[in-house]
Design a protein. Structure first.
Length: 260
């Protein structure tokens, strides 16, 4: 699989991928509804620069560990965590070093499509979860993203993401195959950008990882087409919004890992 280089993206990641206060509250409300009672331990797997790990730690009163494979992204996260509210670790999501049953919740955001074997990641999430525990997967499913700005104006991105990006049914099947019960999904439409100009600026910064993987000429042509469209339709709501999915499942009580 062709991978985006998050070491290169780290410097501009937060600036190019805005997460407004409104959207922070939106996602935290969804996460909170699914949290187990008590002082939960949560793993933000693929935490990047800590965009979710930090507000989860400060507002939901859970013990948060942020794990990512990119040291550059983790360095940005640590810079923002002046209070030391999150434990930050460099980890390979397919081979986590945490003991079995270490967490009550595992949360991932836009992670699985970057992995060669996403079901191995789901299995590792299962392993490190207590029983009962919950896995929360936030992502843009292929059926949602093929009609977004970054794919309509950059058609070269479509074939890349059709190969690597799961459908909602795929993610639900992975969770059920590993053993999760009560698997459900919810579609969420968020307003990511305040204006069409903001989205154009984000696209120019290659805010979506797939834009770092297409040829330079195709990227330049897509930017030109998008800028022309925005000039003619500056208030079009579609330019501001993104559709995403939250899929979750619970590890049943009474389950014992092999060898325990």
């Amino acid at each position: 699989m062709t991978r985006a280089d998050y070491g290169r993206i780290a410097d501009s990641y937060d600036r190019a991928r805005p997460l407004s206060e409104r959207n922070v509250e939106l996602w935290l409300s969804l996460i909170q509804r699914l949290l187990p009672s008590g002082n939960a331990k949560l793993l933000d797997l693929g935490c990047g620069t800590g965009r979710f790990a930090l507000p989860i730690a400060s507002r939901l009163q859970v013990q948060v560990t942020g794990a990512d494979s990119s040291e550059a992204m983790l360095a940005r996260a640590r810079e923002k965590d002046s209070a030391g509210s999150v434990r930050w670790n460099c980890q390979n999501a397919e081979e986590l070093t945490y003991p079995s049953g270490s967490f009550d919740v595992v949360f991932t955001s836009h992670l699985l499509h970057h992995m060669d074997a996403p079901i191995r990641v789901v299995r590792e999430c299962w392993r490190v979860l207590n029983a009962p525990g919950v896995l929360l997967v936030r992502y843009g499913a292929i059926e949602q993203i093929v009609n977004d700005v970054e794919h309509v104006f950059f058609p070269e991105a479509v074939s890349i993401d059709e190969e690597r990006t799961p459908a909602v049914g795929d993610v639900e099947q992975w969770l059920r195959e590993v053993g999760f019960l009560d698997v459900e999904s919810q579609e969420v439409v968020q307003q990511t950008y305040a204006s069409a100009a903001d989205r154009l600026a984000a696209v120019k910064a290659r805010s979506t990882s797939v834009l770092t993987l297409i040829p330079e000429q195709a990227f330049d042509e897509g930017v030109r087409r998008l800028a022309e469209h925005i000039n003619g339709h500056p208030g079009e709501p579609w330019l501001l919004r993104d559709g995403m999915t939250l899929t979750w499942g619970r590890k049943p009580t009474g389950f014992r890992e092999h060898g325990q």
